[in-house]
Design a protein around this ligand. Structure first.
Ligand code: FE2
Length: 280
């Protein structure tokens, strides 16, 4: 077992669980250097796709959709000048890398194969957990943008529902550099939004299902954690992270896991028509 009975109980009650000291500094350093190698090889001129969450996801394009089965880099909005040129070094301009790092990059594949992940997910009740997507998130110093309140189930739709977010702190996450915020117990509230893609037009749309305001309904708490920690969270847990107001980055690596036998919606932006299931 990776989780204690108290951990499992906390996850069920709160909808999330933070566990410190799961991974060693050397393991986090290996992820950092693998991510920086990917950025090194990224051709900014070929793909100037920005990742932002303040536009009701209207900026999702083919480069984004195709990242379901690939390793693509997305820029920070604040890293581009009005004329579209980069205003800082490439290494400080990337918002995130996604979404098939676990399939395509050896270091991340090896890391995701660590037995802790499968054990933790089985402790939470999964029979055959599979990784649907992975992201390396930089939250760059100074410009690492806010990620608005949302629930991950809005973007990862399955029947029955059952995606779990696994958030690994590659670096220390603090209130100043943009740690996660969660609303304990709010995973019991309904799904507020749904993002689906019309594949004929290759266009995504975010629809509001329930307009209860994100803030105010439930108290929000920051979840600061040191590097090497893991935060597990329920797919309907509302979560948020502020912009990075510090001069230090706040790298994180995330996996989104589901049960292998669920029916994955064809309306999901994330489709894996050619890659085999990545079992934990
Ligand atoms: Fe999220």
């Amino acid at each position: 077992m990776a989780l204690s009975d108290t951990d499992i109980e906390t996850f069920r009650e709160q909808g999330f669980l933070a566990i410190e000291g799961v991974f060693r500094p050397a393991q986090m350093a290996a992820l950092r250097s693998a991510a920086s190698e990917i950025v090194e090889g990224f051709d900014v001129d070929a793909h100037r796709t920005v990742f932002r969450t303040d536009d009701r996801d209207s900026g999702r394009d083919d480069y984004f959709f195709d990242s379901s089965e690939a390793v693509h880099c997305f820029l920070e909005a604040g890293a581009l000048d009005a004329d579209g040129s980069l205003n800082r070094d490439k290494s400080l301009a990337i918002n995130k890398i996604g979404h098939a790092l676990h399939d395509r990059e050896t270091t991340f594949r090896t890391f995701c194969s660590h037995p802790w992940f499968g054990a933790a997910l089985r402790d939470l009740g999964y029979g055959a957990p599979v990784v649907m997507q992975t992201m390396y998130i930089f939250k760059q110093p100074g410009i690492g943008g806010e990620v608005r309140w949302h629930q991950d189930a809005s973007y990862l739709i399955s029947a029955p529902p059952g995606v779990t977010g696994v958030w690994v702190a590659v670096e220390d996450a603090t209130e100043t550099n943009g740690c996660l915020w969660m609303q304990p117990g709010a995973h019991r509230l309904p799904l507020r939004e749904r993002y689906t893609v019309d594949w004929r037009a290759r266009e995504g749309r975010l629809e509001t299902l329930d307009d209860t305001p994100w803030q105010g309904s439930e108290p929000a708490v920051p979840v600061p954690v040191p590097a090497g920690s893991v935060v597990l969270f329920h797919e309907r847990m509302p979560h948020y992270s502020s912009e990075n107001r510090s001069q230090k980055s706040r790298h994180a690596f995330t996996l989104h896991v589901t049960e292998q036998l669920v029916e994955w919606s064809p309306l999901n932006w994330l489709q894996r028509p050619t890659l085999p299931p990545f079992r934990l």
